[in-house]
Design a protein around this ligand. Structure first.
Ligand code: PEP
Length: 252
């Protein structure tokens, strides 16, 4: 029996204008009003955050950002800081998504700085880890995750980590329609939980939420959620539509 509260999070990536985001957020808000036992988060683009906050602030849907920069302010053209995100209603921030690692040069070291900045500002980090298909084929999944988790959380101590969420997103399953099987996902989630236990002790490993991400859809969420170490989902494509995302939120 899991005693961790599920979190279903939607990553809207670089989709939707503010008007389109508001429309989807409004529909979602209506569809999940009665949901009381699941935490719900959506992460629209930066330009839509303020408008979406207006729509969701009194309901069960919380707001997240997709990225941040680790300095609070300064001459860093094009960047957004944790305090700025907090000031427009963000409760969570996705950090180290594989698309950021792949296309924008993020490393375990920059991910670590971003996690530290989020925690300092009381933004809940959704820390993404996951192996590529080449790494899985070479049987390096566990060693890759070991390094990502260790380096991503370097320098952090137990009492800073109570709001941390980890998202296991096998890179080969993101946006591809290929989902890890329930057993494949469970095996890795259990491994990540054991890493957290080894590095920070079992109080944190028992309470930390580990989400699965990679082509989650209304028809595969229930089976994933039955797995003992899967505490929710980070959803890309299927979160863009209020109807399909709300079905995922109501997975039971
Ligand atoms: C994601 O972007 O984090 C993701 C898992 O995308 P998708 O659900 O589209 O695979």
């Amino acid at each position: 029996m899991k005693n961790r509260r599920p979190l279903i999070a939607g990553n809207w990536k670089m989709y939707k204008t503010p008007n389109e985001s508001v429309e989807t957020a409004r529909q979602l808000d209506q569809q999940v009003r009665s949901v009381a036992d699941v935490d719900i988060m959506i992460a629209p683009t930066f330009t839509a955050l303020t408008a979406v906050w207006e729509v969701v602030q009194n309901g069960p849907v919380t707001l997240g950002a997709q990225n941040l920069y680790w300095e609070a302010e300064g001459a860093y053209t094009g960047e957004i800081s944790a305090p700025m995100l907090k000031s427009v209603g963000c409760e969570y921030c996705i950090i180290g998504h594989s698309e950021r690692r792949q296309y924008f040069g993020e490393t375990d070291q920059t991910v670590n700085k971003k996690i530290q900045a989020a925690i300092k500002t009381k933004l809940k980090p959704v820390f993404c880890v996951g192996e590529t298909d080449k790494e899985r084929e070479a049987e390096q999944t566990f060693s890759v995750l070991d390094k990502q988790v260790k380096k991503g959380l370097e320098g952090l101590v137990l009492d800073q980590l109570n709001t941390l969420v980890i998202a296991y997103e096998p890179v080969w399953a993101i946006g591809t329609g290929k989902t890890a099987t329930d057993d494949q996902a469970q095996e890795v989630h259990q491994f990540i939980r054991s890493l957290v236990e080894k590095n920070f002790g079992n109080a944190l490993s028992d309470s930390i939420r580990i989400l699965y991400g990679g082509s989650v859809k209304p028809d595969n969420i229930a089976a994933l959620m039955k797995m003992p170490d899967i505490d929710g989902a980070l959803v890309g494509g299927a979160s863009l539509d209020a109807e399909s995302f709300s079905q995922i939120v109501k997975f039971k």
